[in-house]
Design a protein around this ligand. Sequence first.
Ligand code: HAS
Ligand code: CU
Length: 596
Amino acid sequence: MSETYIDRFPAEAKVIRSAFYGSFLALALGGLFGIIQTLHRTGYYRFMDSADYYTVLTAHGVFLVISFTIFFLVGVFTWAITTSLDREVEDIRFTWGWYALMAIGITLTGIAILAGFTDATDISSSVLFTFYAPLQAHPMFYLGLVLFVVGTWLAGADWFRSWLAWKAENPGERIPLPTFMVLTTMIMWYIATLGVAVAILLFLLPWSLGLIDSVNPTLTRTLFWFFGHPVVYFWLMPAYMMWYIMLPKVAGGKLFSDPLARVVFVLFLVLSVPTGIHHQYLDPGIAEGFKFIAMTNTMFLLLPSFLTAFTVVASMEHGARQRGGTGYFGWLKALPWRDPVFTGMALAGLMFAAAGFSGMINAGMNINYLVHNTFWVVGHFHLTVGTGVALTFMAVTYWFLPQITGKALWSRSVGLAQVVTWFVGMTFMSNAMHRAGLLGIPRRTAEPLYEGFEYSAVVGSVGELQAQIALGGLFLSLSLLLFFANVIGTAFNGYSDSLPANEYAGTLSGPEDSPRVLDNLKLWTGIAIVLVIFAYTFPLLSIIERGGLFGPDVIEYVPISIDSLPVLVGAIELVITNAVTSAADVAVGTLVEVTN
Ligand code: HAS
Ligand code: CU
């Protein structure tokens, strides 16, 4: 009989189940706020005061991009570590401990936001998910986030602990790919969250508690984006992991290249953080030169996604050919399109390709001026986190549920309908959002109705765009209902003993084909830290010098450039020399290994 996850790891399956159910609760709440604000903003159905729009928007953002995504991914990572190392967690009480910390944290934050709807308390936190100063939240909002993040740190410690214990018993062995992916993602996360930890603990929380009078908004914004960009890869890397280790399997084949997958995760570790300033191209308090460096790093950061597109499609093609597919494109027909796990992930990938293009446009310093703070950006992130990530998570849920409950999925066809409705809804909504942004329609406002305002759209009209956005939102809500029907239906199903085994994809080219240096986590962490120091030391120092450590930074802004050009030139020279030397080292190392 094939062994499911819950057969082999009953205690861990319980934690993963709790993580997933927590994540789905957040998805339900976030989705509800989503449809309320879509209908409000487009003017189709309004029942609340526009002043409450920002509370709704904060709840929508925080519940979806913090609770839904992160609770889901800690479940997936726990599965990945235990499955690929084939060992139980070291101490299940510790595992429950970090889960509890995350749950308590997000509950506090959630209460701090939702209390904004009632006048019964003076608690409110309508600060949006980016919570920049000068917007100020109730201390409970920040405190909850701190606990939540500390919970994720401990989760990472749990996984590192498992790996170290495994390593001691398996000296000299290559790190199994899923574990490698978890560890690199977590190192990236440790570095990234330093920014938000400093922003909250040193500035925002003391300020909200009244311990300090003011903060330097440019400084706290910059610290936020130090974390705010890499957090998007914290959502993406688990989805990529599923594309690498699950998609090839459900497509009927094997992963094209394990070494390439390792390279991708190393590149994310090294490059995710020193790019955050690309969210601040329009911030007046940061010199253009620093923005230019962030842009250059961002363009390099496209590489791991391009490699992913190649590897994942190649693996799908391999699967299709195993299933009898032929021809240049004819193989596409041989893919298992009736399987919601496959189709959900494939459609998520397809949309993510479009998302990559809007990301590239955002990343261009000059074109960013056209789209920044418009509805375009909202279109961009509904394709990335809202589809590339969210749709992948929903699709793999259909694979995970039987593994962690021991019960068969309630309905595959409802699952299929769900992933397709999500794709259709998002096509309407995000395409219209991108176009609306190009017309200059701003994001984050309850009143963009523009009566009496002439916007000359090249095709269609503002009314047509609003209609598409509202229609898309309705499709997405329907899709969520189908998703929850399946989750609940499965929970109430009887136990089944004919479930598939807990397995992930094999590889066409395994770890033995790659240089060992790829598994040298210390080296990559070191390089990542050096790059962060280069990218952030000068900008942070110059921001503090201008506006003071605790602000208030209210001086008149004039465009600034880097005062001492020689410093910049020196820094760039150093980065390039370092990069070239380490690339050469790796190349020589590889050659030596290959020739041996
Ligand atoms: Fe972004 C703003 C640049 C990726 C999320 N981004 C945001 C915001 C969010 C977000 C939430 O440079 C708004 C924050 C706010 O509230 O202000 N983003 C990029 C770039 C990338 C990128 C260059 N973003 C993401 C991901 C996100 C995400 C991933 C979440 C998960 N983004 C920006 C910039 C801004 C920004 C600026 C600031 C804008 C502003 O002005 O405010 C890149 O990482 C994208 C690389 C992706 C690719 C695509 C590769 C294609 C693949 C698909 C393979 C196909 C398959 C399917 C598997 C190059 C991998 C095949 C199927 C068959 C059937 C064959
Ligand atoms: Cu970014």
